[in-house]
Design a protein around this ligand. Structure first.
Ligand code: MG
Length: 241
């Protein structure tokens, strides 16, 4: 496996943790959100984020516009339609979210070990380049990876073939020489195997696997064990469809 293609959000960067921390902070400050438990708020926010993020990926909304739209709809669900409150909440969320940015546990050491073993690392991620670059720098990943391809630059999002092709081109590699590690079953696992790249499903939450023949990794630590799992996945016979 000369090349590791790797997702960013919720594989290396702890988006879920930062989101939950930010929502917990908002709930402590904004009374209107306390009508829901943190779990329910997290769930409602997640559903809105995933739906509205599609408009970011296709270029219809900026990340800032998407955030305002999300909190407008969340407040509306709470029985409040107030553009000023929406703007306040969206700004407060962004500040809290960014202040809780952190790597997924073990991610930094994992990247170091993969690199030390001589593998190139290319991040493949569905988001804007500015936002993802900022995450790389803030988490210290920028000095550990060789390249990053975002859906914004690629013009298409995972699971589309084009973004993987660009990542392989950046590494000067072919599908048979690469492994794709990511947490999203459709985007990462299905996207990779459709073009003959060996997938590894990063399953931190230990959810039931849609296909147990796909290699699973439940933790990036210890790094040497995680690397062994990823390296073995490269040896599983596969065919491009
Ligand atoms: Mg992800």
């Amino acid at each position: 496996m000369p090349v590791l293609l790797c997702d960013l959000d919720d594989t290396l960067f702890d988006h879920e943790g930062a989101t939950r921390d930010a929502l917990e902070h908002l709930r402590a400050v904004h009374q209107v959100l306390t009508q829901w438990s943190l779990d329910e708020l997290d769930q409602r926010h997640r559903v809105l984020l995933e739906a509205i993020h599609l408009d970011v990926l296709n270029g219809r909304l900026s990340i800032e516009e998407a955030r305002r739209e999300r909190f407008g709809r969340l407040l509306s669900q709470a029985g409040m339609d107030d553009p000023a409150a929406t703007a306040t909440l969206a700004a407060a969320y962004r500040e809290a979210y960014a202040s809780h940015w952190q790597p997924v546990p073990g991610a930094t050491e994992f990247l170091r070990v993969v690199r030390a073993a001589g593998h190139a690392i290319v991040i493949v991620t569905n988001n804007g380049v500015a936002e993802q670059q900022l995450k790389l720098v803030r988490c210290g990943f920028d000095v550990l990876v060789d390249a990053m391809v975002t859906s914004e630059e690629a013009g298409v999002s995972k699971p589309a073939r084009g973004i993987f092709d660009q990542a392989l081109a950046r590494a000067g590699s072919t599908p048979g020489d690469a492994v794709m590690l990511g947490d999203a079953w459709n985007a990462d696992v299905e996207g990779a195997r459709a073009i003959g790249v060996a997938p590894v499903w990063f399953n931190r939450a230990r959810r039931p696997s849609p296909d147990p023949t796909v290699t699973e990794l439940v933790s990036l630590a210890p790094a040497a064990e995680a690397l062994a799992v990823v390296t073995r996945a490269a040896l599983v016979p596969r065919s491009a469809s």
